[in-house]
Design a protein. Structure first.
Length: 182
């Protein structure tokens, strides 16, 4: 983290770190410590994985406390906080509740997935998240986006950021060769 932050200093590129990877099962206090460490080491954006087990168990108080702790930690230093829902593992109702809790906790973004679980961003999920959080909150569509057309469709559905390993293909329109070589 420190090396990335040092090398990117002055470039305008923000270093991002994830906390609670992969399923968000860490205790809220652990996520806060992870976030503090990453921020101290130079991260300026934190992607936190929502506690999927707690959401599925309908322990909304724990999920809200979990999100609020990391959001508050980010706000202390002016960093951005994105809450990853891992939509491929959730019902539509859980996606709505998770998005609502992130919005109420003042997170900057909700994000579709980590890339760890199955599934990725879908147009339906992005539109559902947008409907839930309203027009002001950011939405990051992440996972399974391979072309410029797919990225545009996600933006039209309500995404304000795209997360994709196929960034070069999306921007240039060129297909990658073996192992992502362009």
């Amino acid at each position: 983290m420190r090396r990335c932050a040092s090398r990117l200093r002055g470039s305008g590129v923000k270093v991002t770190s994830v906390v609670g990877f992969p399923l968000g099962a860490n205790a809220p206090e652990t996520k806060v410590l992870e976030a503090r460490r990453a921020l101290r080491d130079g991260a300026r954006e934190i992607d936190m994985v929502l506690n999927i087990g707690a959401l599925k168990a309908r322990d909304h108080d724990l999920v809200a406390r979990d999100i609020s702790g990391v959001v508050d930690t980010c706000r202390e230093v002016g960093a951005v906080c994105k809450v990853i829902l891992e939509t491929g593992l959730l019902t539509d109702e859980e996606k709505v509740v998770g998005s609502r809790l992130a919005h109420e906790s003042r997170a900057d973004f909700v994000k579709t997935s980590t890339g760890f679980g199955h599934g990725g961003a879908t147009l339906f999920d992005v539109a559902l998240m947008r409907e839930t959080v309203g027009p002001e909150m950011g939405i990051k569509a992440s996972g399974g986006i391979h072309t410029g057309d797919e990225a545009r469709e996600m933006i039209e559905a309500g995404a304000t950021r795209i997360g994709a390993s196929a960034g070069i293909a999306i921007v240039t329109g060129k297909e990658g060769g073996q192992r992502g070589r362009y």
